[in-house]
Ligand binder design. Structure first.
Ligand SMILES: Cc1cc2nc3c(=O)[nH]c(=O)nc-3n(C[C@H](O)[C@H](O)[C@H](O)COP(=O)(O)O)c2cc1C
Length: 226
């Protein structure tokens, strides 16, 4: 099997309390800027919390989660109903929920054995959080570009031995994010990515064992015509 960095990258959800220098953060973002985009329009912007600001955010986020406040985002996400997904997507998602023990359905009685929900509520204690925005009036084509930029961030981090978690969790309370930055009103907060040095799995923390999500069979998603 190939050793491509595309295959060795996995999301991490628990991080060491070890900072990443501003210089490395800048290099990761600068590399990700080489993502392709429509006519090189580069519709992304990046806003970064690090050091004490990131720690402050962990606490703020946890408080919002435990308060039970309903979350919302500036780019409307799909819902957890089959209406928003194809059968194939839904099957992939159910496998993910089972492995993570985080089904959103009460009848499944998730135990959060891996600490997935607990770590989420603390923004995974990620020492660096990158918020990526998209112009509010963007079309779906710009979403392709911003996604490429975000994936670039995860790969540029991985190349430097730094793990990442792209997560809806980071952006589900925009009101906790905007006061930290001067984000123009015509930009929507689209995605959050946590960066850090991954914690090794141990008896107390097994969440990063949940790191090798399977993929659909290639022949099921591919057609080649000669
Ligand atoms: C748009 C997007 C949103 C995501 N949101 C979350 C999230 O809120 N919480 C989480 O733990 N993982 C989240 N993830 C990570 C996915 O669960 C993960 O990428 C997927 O299961 C594949 O695993 P891998 O990244 O380890 O290959 C998100 C990923 C993407 C691309």
């Amino acid at each position: 099997m190939s050793n491509s960095i595309l295959r060795t990258r996995h999301s991490a959800r628990a991080f060491k309390n070890k900072e990443i220098s501003d210089d490395i953060i800048k290099k990761i973002i600068a590399d990700a800027q080489w993502a392709p985009s429509w006519c090189n329009s580069q519709p992304w912007k990046a806003y970064v919390l690090t050091g004490d600001a990131a720690k402050k955010m962990h606490t703020l986020h946890h408080a919002n989660v435990v308060s039970g406040e309903k979350s919302w985002t500036e780019v409307v996400p799909p819902q957890f109903t089959t209406n928003d997904w194809t059968e194939g997507e839904w099957e992939n998602m159910v496998d993910f929920w089972k492995a993570a023990d985080v089904s959103p359905y009460p009848e499944d009685e998730p135990q959060d054995k891996l600490g997935f929900m607990e770590e989420s509520s603390w923004n995974f204690h990620a020492p660096v959080i990158i918020y990526i925005t998209i112009p509010k009036n963007a079309t779906m084509f710009s979403a392709y570009d911003v996604g490429a930029f975000g994936y670039g961030v995860t790969l540029a981090a991985h190349e430097r031995g730094i793990s990442a978690i792209p997560a809806y969790e980071f952006i589900r309370y925009p009101k906790e994010i905007r006061p930290f930055f001067n984000i123009p009103e015509d930009e929507a907060i689209f995605m959050g990515i946590g960066l850090g040095y991954a914690q090794e799995n141990n008896d107390l923390n097994k969440i990063n064992e949940f790191e090798k999500n399977p993929r659909a069979k290639t022949e099921d998603i591919l057609q080649i015509v000669k």
